[in-house]
Each structure stands twice: as C-alpha cells, then as structure tokens.
Design a binder for this molecule. Structure first.
Ligand code: FAD
Length: 344
C-alpha cells in the first residue's frame, strides 16, 4: 500500500481550507469552522484555517471569530483568482510542514478541485461530499457519512493509516456557528514561493455568475415533474412571499431550469424555514436536499406519494388548482398587513 507523506503518529490538529468572496468568508467556510471546532474540541486539539489569496487580514479575523485558533495566510498575486496548480502547490506545502490530522474543505467547485489534487499529492484518502462528520468513539478517527449507490446506502467512511484524514462537505450541510468577535487567535503570514514558471494555467479573464441562492433561502418553493415545466404559478407565489425557486433533477434534465436551482444529492442542500414542495414525488435523492428544512408543506396529486412522509403539512390535490388558492391567500394576507401598517 502507498504510504502517505506523513503518518498518524506525526499528525495533529484539525485544519480547514477556507474560501472567501474577496471580502468575507464564504458560508461553507463558516459552516466548516463550526463543525471543525466541534471535532477539535472532541480531540482536544486546535483548529487551523488556511487562507490562500491576497489581502486577507480581515477575513482571517473573521475566521477566528467563527472558531479558528490560528489562521495561516498565504498571500501572493498568483493565488488570486484560484488556479489548481498554484493552490495545490502552496496548500500541499503548508500541509506537509504542519501535518494536520484532519483536513476539511467545502465541496464547492474550487474545494472539490483542490481536494482531489491534494489527496493525490499527499497520498492519502478523501471522503467526498459528506452529509455528516463525526469521530469514532474509541479511536478518535474521522467518520465521514456519504450517501452512495443513488441513495441506496449511507456509508460511514474512515481513513485509518493515511494522513491527513480528508473530507469535503457541501454548502448548507452544517449550521453556521454564531461569531464571537472577542475570540482570540493567531494570524500568521506564511512565505509563498511561486512564480509564473511553476504554473501551467493562467487566468486571462474572469466572469462571475451569480448563483440562484437556494442554499441561503429562508423560504423556498420547489417544483418537480408534476409542473410539466410550467413554473408560472410557483414563480408568482415565490415572488409574492419573497421565496427562492428550487427544482428537482427531473426539471433540470428536461431543460426547464438550470442546475443552480436543483435541490438534492447532486444539486444543493438547503435549510429554509419554510419549504413548499409541489409536484415532487419525494425520492430520497431529492429529500436529502430538504432534510434540514424546518417546515415542509407538500402538494401532490397522489395521496401515496413518498413526499408526504417528509412533509409536516400535506395537501393532496392538483397543484394547478391548489396554488391559485394559495396565491390568493398570500395576496390577501399581504394586503391586510399593508393596510394595518398604513393605519398604524
Ligand atoms: C445518483 C442520483 C442522484 C440524484 N440526484 C437528485 C437530486 O439531486 N435531486 C433530485 O430532485 N433528484 C435526484 N435524482 C433523481 C430522483 O431519484 C428522482 O427521480 C427525482 O427526484 C424525481 O423528481 P420529481 O419528483 O420531480 O419527479 P417524479 O418522481 O416524476 O414525481 C412527480 C410527482 O408529481 C406529482 N404530480 C403530477 N402531476 C401533478 C399535479 N398536477 N399536481 C400535483 N402533483 C402532481 C406526481 O404524483 C408525482 O409524485 C437522483 C437520482 C440518482 C440516481
């Protein structure tokens, strides 16, 4: 068996690869800081954040407020924007020097890309797209929960011999901790040895596409195959109540909506306060995306649909008849609120 660059006896600490949007930590990094802190407290070790990019002091302080004990800042113009070559080179050097026991990354496009490259460079295992993380009771090994075989099994994966124990976690899986601005921690600048000659890829242009924001939505209206591709009523209700629109994979595969709106195992995990699910059967690959939702209301024409097992409130009926009534109710409630506001 291939040996990792360092072994369990040399390894210590929980490390997190932190991502930021130029000014602030990405939500997934704040979520990882909460979970990383919990794991580190269980093992009685510190949490170290790795920040690679430019001009990051305020982001490093934010990471400390969210739970890091120490932040390693690697600053270099070639680290911003992200490229696989540059980030893998610098991160693997930091990891080789610091020898963390556990390394967590967000399952974002960049995090996924970097995690695979790092696992190969460090010659260790990677549990990708975890739906939960914990520690094995006796050994203290990281347990990564992963849904496999199209939702048929939930596997708990551990990495016994190789270090670091690596895992990626999708945005929205863990709750964000409350920040504590008074928390103390160390911010360390690390030397970066990078030149153009080391890199095979150069970014020549960058175009940023705004995501639909379903992972942060407080209110979510989801449409499935039962809509037949007609989302007009769902969109009307969503815009009335300030909700985001989500869809099932069937809707994406049919070309009715883009993947950034897909809820579920191969889409996004959401955690809204209220989710209205219309014309969705409730396959497990879909429901993992709304497992963390507080309240789920389902509308389905088939009273036996599995979605009703997950729903807190169920309406058996044709969505094209139920939704107009809901829209009317929502409009009346909003009007009442406006009138009350005007009279106050
Ligand atoms: C590896 C893998 C990953 C997957 N990942 C995802 C994922 O991330 N997200 C995802 O969603 N799926 C995913 N799937 C697909 C998943 O298994 C289901 O096929 C999919 O979720 C079904 O979508 P649906 O509920 O829209 O369609 P259907 O299963 O066809 O259900 C449509 C529902 O609409 C109801 N209906 C029809 N007409 C009306 C009406 N007029 N009014 C009210 N109700 C009506 C029907 O009774 C039915 O229950 C994945 C599958 C695999 C194998």
């Amino acid at each position: 068996m291939t040996e990792s660059r360092y072994g369990p006896t040399e390894a210590s600490g929980v490390w997190l690869h932190l991502e930021y949007d130029g000014e602030k930590l990405e939500g997934v990094s704040r979520e990882l800081l909460g979970k990383g802190r919990e794991l580190a407290d269980g093992l009685r070790v510190p949490v170290t954040g790795m920040l690679l990019g430019t001009a990051l002091v305020s982001v490093a302080r934010e990471a400390i407020a969210y739970g890091a004990d120490r932040v390693l800042m690697a600053q270099h113009p070639l680290l911003d924007p992200y490229t696989t070559d540059a980030h893998a080179r610098v991160a693997s050097q930091l990891i080789g020097d610091g020898k963390p026991d556990i390394l967590l990354l967000g399952a974002t496009p960049n995090g996924r890309d970097l995690a695979g490259r790092l696992a190969v460079r460090l010659r260790t295992g990677l549990t990708a797209d975890c739906t939960d993380l914990g520690l094995e009771q006796e050994s203290g090994l990281l347990l990564g929960e992963v849904v496999g075989f199209g939702g048929g099994i939930v596997a708990s994966i551990k990495c016994e011999q190789h270090r670091p124990q690596m895992a990626t976690v999708r945005p929205g899986v863990f709750a964000e901790p409350a920040p504590d601005e008074a928390r103390q921690g160390a911010v360390e600048d690390v030397a970066v040895d990078l030149s153009d000659r080391d890199l095979r890829v150069r970014v020549v242009e960058r175009s940023v596409q705004r995501s639909a924001g379903i992972t942060d939505a407080e209110l979510l209206v989801v449409g499935g195959a039962g809509t037949g591709g007609d989302f007009a009523l769902l969109e009307e209700l969503a815009s009335l109540i300030g909700a985001e629109l989500g869809v099932t994979r069937v809707a994406v595969d049919a070309g009715w909506a883009s993947h950034e709106r897909q809820v579920g195992q191969t889409g996004y995990v959401t955690r809204p306060r209220l989710t209205l699910v219309c014309g969705v059967s409730g396959a497990q690959q879909f429901t993992v995306g709304i497992d963390q939702a507080e309240v789920v209301l389902a509308v389905n024409a088939d009273g036996e649909a599995p979605i009703f097992d997950r729903a807190d409130y169920s309406v058996v009926g044709d969505l094209f008849e139920v939704l107009p009534a809901m829209i009317e109710e929502a409009r009346a409630a909003l009007q009442e609120k406006e009138t009350a506001g005007a009279l106050a």
